[in-house]
Design a protein around this ligand. Structure first.
Ligand SMILES: C[S@@+](CC[C@H](N)C(=O)[O-])C[C@H]1O[C@@H](n2cnc3c(N)ncnc32)[C@H](O)[C@@H]1O
Length: 259
């Protein structure tokens, strides 16, 4: 059975399907907080603005996640709190030094920690990777800046390297926040309805179906008639068909088809 077919069966509640372990709802053996995430960065204030807003903030308040922005400059030893230096061999830009990062990780790491370097050279982030990470207990997301980070950090101090896409940002702060947001929303209890994350795009190999709310008619643009009646089986069937159609049209690769 193809993964798309398995995804369809599972998405529309047609029974347990073997081999779909990463699509199962997240479960944790212990009670809260389910996950601790420390974002290690030279821009902690940028992180805090996001961590202290909306759903991420509420996840912290409910004790479901412990989210923290940590200032890397705490582990510098000079008056200028220097975290970078010129590259060996010459060339443009500055390189982040290994010493402050090593000291920071020594202080922040626990036996459960998984240290992830945000890097355009890492493995590609996806819904499946987010679901795997949501089963961890303790993540440290290390953000680069400038031209990058001394290679010995990636070689000796981290457990994983993740890219959020094939483009280069000025720092790892936004990638770390992207990963944090995508992972935390999967933790049970974080979204208003735990079913939401199970029905979103990619959760079962398809894009999501369209959503509508009041008014039923806006400037003559009407909500599909079927959603206005109370026939739940017909609505489920419509949602299935529109999700499949959207996936086929926009992302045939998810169905194993070519464009
Ligand atoms: C300007 S980038 C360095 C790019 C590096 N010279 C290269 O070409 O691979 C500075 C930092 O931003 C972060 N970063 C940039 N783009 C990223 C991406 N697509 N995914 C994850 N992190 C990224 C990384 O932490 C990186 O160390």
């Amino acid at each position: 059975m193809s993964s798309a077919a398995r995804g369809l069966l599972c998405r529309f509640g047609l029974g347990h399907v073997e081999g779909l372990t990463h699509f199962q709802p997240v479960s944790h053996p212990q009670s809260s907080p389910l996950l601790k995430i420390q974002i290690l960065t030279i821009f902690p204030d940028v992180c805090r603005a996001v961590l202290q807003s909306s759903i991420l903030k509420r996840a912290g308040e409910k004790g479901l996640a412990n989210l923290e922005a940590v200032d890397l400059r705490q582990w510098t030893g000079d008056a200028h709190r220097t975290v970078d230096d010129a590259p060996y061999g010459g060339g443009p830009g500055m390189v982040m030094k290994i010493e402050p990062i090593d000291k920071a990780l020594a202080a922040l790491r626990s036996p459960d920690s998984k240290v992830i370097l945000m890097s355009p050279q890492g493995r590609k982030f996806s819904d499946a990777v987010a679901r795997d990470l949501s089963r961890e207990r303790d993540l440290i997301l290390l953000c680069g800046h400038y031209e990058g980070i001394d290679q010995r950090v990636a070689d000796h101090l981290i457990d994983d390297e993740i890219s959020i896409g094939d483009y280069v940002l000025t720092s790892g702060v936004l990638p770390a926040l992207v990963v944090t947001d995508a992972v935390v929303r999967l933790l049970p209890g974080v979204l208003g309805d735990d079913q939401s994350a199970q029905q979103d795009s990619f959760a079962h190999g398809l894009l999501d179906h369209p959503h509508y709310t009041r008014p039923a008619d806006y400037n003559g643009w009407k909500v599909p008639e079927i959603l206005l009646g109370g026939n739940h089986a017909a609505i489920e069937s419509w949602r299935h068909d529109t999700a499949l159609e959207a996936t086929r049209r926009r992302r045939p690769d998810l169905l194993g088809e070519s464009r």
